[in-house]
Design a protein around this ligand. Structure first.
Ligand SMILES: [Fe+2]
Length: 381
C-alpha cells in the first residue's frame, strides 16, 4: 500500500513568471506577501513580479530578510507580515520558499514557528501559497516541509500537509543568473533528493519514476549548466530534475545523507547542497549493498555501462558517477577542503545530532548507528 501526494497545480515553462498577476487574481487574493532575499531583489526579479501584480490591481508587502539556512525566528517575522496579506508568494531558493511556506501557515495559526516544528503539529490551513523557485535544487516548491535552524544549533522542520503550496510556478528563465557555485550546490541537493528518494524504504513505483528521471536529467545537465549558465536547455532540464526530485521526496522522503548533513549546516553553517554533496558518496558506499539493484539502475541512468558487470559492480558505478560529477562541478571530496575545521563541535556531537533526525534515518536503506555516523564523518573529513 502507498499514498501519493502532489501540489494541485504545477505550471512549468519559459516565461510563465509573467503570469503571476493573473494566477494570483484567479485565486482571488488582493494583497500578496512576497518573500524573497536581497540577491533576488538586486537581480530585478522582485520589481518584475510586483509589476505583474500591480497590473492586475493587486498590492503587496515584501519581506527580503531571509538568510541562507534561516533561523526559526525569521519565519515569525515573515509570519507577522503575512497576517496583513491574503496570499504568500515565495520567490527564491529553498530557504526563501521554506520561510514563505511557514509564514503562510503562521498567518492563520497562533503562536510561533517553533511551536510547530515536528510532524503534523499545524492546526489549521494557512494562506494560499505560490512558489516560484529561482534555483534548481531544493524542490521546496512541491514539498510539505519548511526546514528551519534552531539556536544555538540544530535544525527542525515544520512538516504538515498544510505546507503544500497551492501552486508551483517554475520558470527556467529565473534560474539563468545563478552563478556556477550555486548551480553546483543546489544541483547536488536535487541529485541527493532523487537518489535518496529512489533508495528510500518508503519508495513506491510512482516515486521511482520521478526519482530516476530526476537522476538522469540532473547528472546529464548539471555539468552543462555549471560551465555554461546561459544554456537554456540545461537550465530547463535542471529545473525539471529538481521538481521531479522534490515530488519524489514529498512522498518517499530523504535518507541518511540529509540526516548527517543537517549538523554540518546547523553547527558549521555549511550550505545545505554542499553538506549533502560532501557526504553523498560516503553514504552511498555505506548503503549500496542494501539496495544493489537500485544502485545499479542509478549507475546506468548516470551513463555507466553495466554490460558484463556483476550486480555489485554495476551498483558501484553509481558511486563512481557521483564522484565524477562532483569533480566536474568543482565540489571537493572532503569537508576540510571547503575550509571547515571540525573543532567547536566534535564528531561525536555531530553524530548525536544526526541521530536525532529520525525520519530520514528510518527511510535509509541500511540501518545506521551513531558509530556508523562517526565513521562516515571521519571518512568525509
Ligand atoms: Fe535537501
Amino acid at each position: 500500500m502507498f499514498a501519493f501526494r502532489i501540489v494541485p497545480e504545477i505550471i512549468f515553462g519559459c516565461g510563465v513568471a509573467d503570469r503571476i498577476g493573473t494566477e494570483v487574481k484567479k485565486i482571488g487574493a488582493k494583497k500578496v506577501l512576497i518573500v524573497s532575499d536581497a540577491g533576488i531583489g538586486n537581480a530585478g526579479l522582485i520589481s518584475k513580479v510586483e509589476k505583474f501584480l500591480h497590473q492586475e490591481g493587486i498590492s503587496n508587502e515584501t519581506f527580503t530578510d531571509v538568510p541562507p539556512e534561516p533561523w526559526v525566528d525569521v519565519a515569525d517575522e515573515a509570519g507577522s507580515l503575512a497576517r496583513e496579506c491574503d496570499l504568500v508568494l515565495g520567490l527564491g531558493g529553498g530557504s526563501v520558499m521554506d520561510i514563505a511556506k511557514a509564514a503562510a501557515v503562521l498567518a492563520k495559526n497562533e503562536g510561533k514557528a517553533s511551536d510547530y516544528q515536528g510532524m503534523n503539529k499545524v492546526h489549521a490551513p494557512g494562506l494560499p501559497k505560490i512558489m516560484m523557485p529561482t534555483t534548481a535544487g531544493t524542490g521546496s516548491e512541491v514539498t510539505f516541509t519548511s526546514v528551519l535552524s534552531n539556536r544555538p544549533v540544530g535544525k527542525g522542520g515544520i512538516n504538515s500537509p498544510y505546507l503544500f503550496p497551492e501552486m508551483a510556478l517554475l520558470d527556467p528563465l529565473l534560474t539563468l543568473s545563478m552563478p556556477p557555485a550555486i548551480t553546483a550546490a543546489t544541483g547536488m541537493d536535487a541529485l541527493t533528493h532523487a537518489i535518496e528518494a529512489y533508495t528510500s524504504q518508503q519508495a513506491n513505483p510512482m516515486t521511482d519514476i520521478f526519482a530516476l528521471k530526476a537522476i538522469e536529467l540532473i547528472s546529464k545537465n548539471l555539468p552543462i549548466a555549471f560551465n555554461d549558465g546561459g544554456n537554456l536547455t540545461a537550465r530547463e532540464n535542471m529545473l525539471m530534475g529538481s521538481l521531479l526530485g522534490g515530488i519524489a521526496i514529498a512522498n518517499a522522503g530523504v535518507g541518511a545523507t540529509h540526516a548527517l548533513a543537517y549538523p554540518l549546516g546547523g553547527f558549521y553553517r555549511v550550505p545545505h547542497g554542499i553538506s549533502n554533496a560532501l557526504l553523498l558518496p560516503y553514504i552511498m558506499e555505506f548503503n549500496y549493498k542494501s539496495a544493489e539493484k537500485k544502485f545499479a539502475q542509478i549507475g546506468k541512468v548516470m551513463g555507466g555501462n553495466s554490460d558484463n558487470l556483476s550486480q555489485e559492480n554495476a551498483a558501484l558505478m553509481a558511486i563512481t558517477a557521483v564522484r565524477k560529477l562532483l569533480h566536474n562541478v568543482q565540489i571537493p571530496a572532503k569537508i576540510k577542503k571547503i575550509g571547515v575545521e571540525i573543532k567547536k563541535y566534535s564528531l561525536e556531537e555531530m553524530a548525536a545530532a544526526a541521530m536525532g533526525v529520525s525520519r530520514p534515518l528510518e527511510n535509509n536503506p541500511r540501518k545506521l548507528t551513531s558509530e556508523d555516523a562517526i565513521k562516515i564523518y571521519k571518512q568525509a573529513y
